[in-house]
Design a protein around this ligand. Sequence first.
Ligand code: FES
Length: 167
Amino acid sequence: TLAKVSLQVNGQRRELEVDTRTSLLDALREHLHLTGTKKGCDQGQCGACTVIVDGRRINSCLTLAVMHEGASVTTIEGLGTPDKLHPMQAAFVKHDGYQCGYCTPGQICSAVAMLDELKGGMPSHVSADLAAAPQLTPAELRERMSGNICRCGAYSNIADAIVEVAG
Ligand code: FES
């Protein structure tokens, strides 16, 4: 069954007609040709497909495009440009926070939204203790980024990049 869905993608209104079974990930990659968002496992385990929907990071492989009518979706293409990198992108470059690079768009989207969560837009399931924490401990950082797997094992450099942006 085909259905129409309207999304605000990286600040632009996009109208799509997709099979109702189309994941948000496939809608982004195959319909909108935004291939910065990667497909790793396609079953919610790796985080390569992480995008930011209405301020929250989600695994776009686990959700259907038609469930997000009117939503604001930010992908890696919407965070920065080669000439004007987002601070998180610049920090990943500076700290060499990648090896093969496949997980990097998801890592960066996840890290950006995670820091926004810390700044105040806390999801209700996160404890008040963490909400009040002025800085991330290494353990908290690992926990909060645990949904994003890096098979090259660049975790320490990824953490260094995020810590720099977190201040
Ligand atoms: Fe979505 Fe792996 S591709 S979590």
